[in-house]
Ligand binder design. Structure first.
Ligand code: UDP
Ligand code: MG
Length: 328
């Protein structure tokens, strides 16, 4: 029987100081696994401009389990994770960030639930150390909203830190879009999942690459990618406003006919006008995001350009024409 292989996918951007300690943690953890006896650590270098790639190359020379996919420039965390999943050969695939916020030893727990038969085993954050209250608040709001609007049962307080069975990976790879929200696509399948609670540590070194503007765009785009509810909300919202305005008009007309004083006041008029204009621009914005999504998908551009592959084969058979390799 083939010895089960575990692939660990690590997307990274400028994480030179975190790579050696992370590699150490992963090596120690994988030694303690019961089921998986073979491993590959797929580091996806998402256009780092520090020494991350050199550090990885040294690791790869010393340890052939270390594999590198290096992008020519930064294509984003989601695309880097996507590339890692598509190149992973394992019977199961673990996704973990490079900044050591996710404790690698949780993989031991993940494996136990994988053996029990779960296809998606994910880390659920019970606490987030050193994260601002605004980040905590926005993420508390995002998950229920996403679930409500999209009908995708994505659990609250999760990141990408998870273990996926080969079945979950195959389902993920079937989804042909090239604007990816990895987490959304993972839970879209509806495969059996199990949460493993953990405390999310603060970053070991470096800074987060997501600021509030990026996070807002991320939340809006991902909800819109998975749901048409915002469009219907616009239709029903405007119908409601039309009904309200008609009622107001009718009341004013009746009052006029009865000779009663018709509402006066410039302020209320201006406020109503401004409010309606704001609604209009908001609606246009939502439509704009849908159109931009269609535009991006239609172009079918490759999701990344690989400049170097070390210890790993090019995967050109993956969905569509999502890949472009400068070298193989
Ligand atoms: N990352 C990446 N490409 C990017 C941004 C981030 O590969 O464009 C990596 C980053 O190095 C880290 C992971 O994605 O390993 C999560 O990023 P980050 O820690 O900045 O996100 P946060 O934990 O603050 O949500
Ligand atoms: Mg982080």
């Amino acid at each position: 029987m083939k010895t089960p292989l575990l692939s660990v996918v690590i997307p990274l951007l400028n994480e030179e100081k975190n790579l050696l300690p992370l590699y150490g943690e992963l090596s120690t953890t994988t030694k303690q696994l019961e089921h998986f006896k073979h491993y590959e650590f797929i580091f996806v270098n998402d256009g780092s401009c520090d020494n991350s790639l050199d550090v990885l190359k040294k690791l790869a020379t010393a340890d052939d389990r270390v594999k590198i996919i290096s992008f020519i420039r930064n294509f984003g965390h989601e695309n880097a994770t996507y590339a890692g999943i598509h190149h992973a050969k394992g019977d199961a695939v673990v996704l973990i960030d490079a900044d050591r916020q996710d404790p690698a030893d949780l993989i031991i727990e993940f494996e136990k639930h994988y053996i029990e038969g779960y296809d998606i085993v994910f880390g659920q954050r019970t606490k987030r150390l050193n994260e601002s209250w605004l980040k905590k608040c926005t993420s508390t709001l995002f998950y229920p909203l996403f679930k409500k609007l999209t009908k995708v049962d994505m659990p609250s307080n999760t990141g990408d830190f998870c273990l996926l069975s080969r079945k979950a990976v195959t389902t993920f790879k079937l989804l042909p879009e090239n604007q990816v929200f990895v987490r959304g696509l993972i839970y879209w399948s509806g495969l059996p999942k199990k949460a493993v609670p953990f405390v999310r540590r603060s970053r070991a070194s470096g800074t987060s690459k997501y600021n509030y503007t990026k996070l807002t765009i991320f939340a809006l785009e991902n909800i819109i990618s998975f749901s048409t509810v915002p469009m219907y909300a616009l239709v029903f919202g405007s119908l409601g406003l039309i009904a309200l305005c008609s009622l107001g008009g009718l009341i004013a007309l009746v009052m006029k006919i009865l000779g009663l004083v018709v509402m006066t006041g410039w302020t209320s008029l201006m406020l109503a006008l401004l409010f309606l204009f704001a609604c209009n621009f908001f609606a246009l914005g939502i439509l704009g995001i849908y159109i931009s999504k269609i535009f991006q998908e239609l172009k079918q551009r490759p999701m990344f350009v690989v400049s170097e592959l070390i210890g790993i084969e090019a995967n050109t058979t993956a969905i569509g024409a999502n890949y472009a390799y400068l070298k193989k």
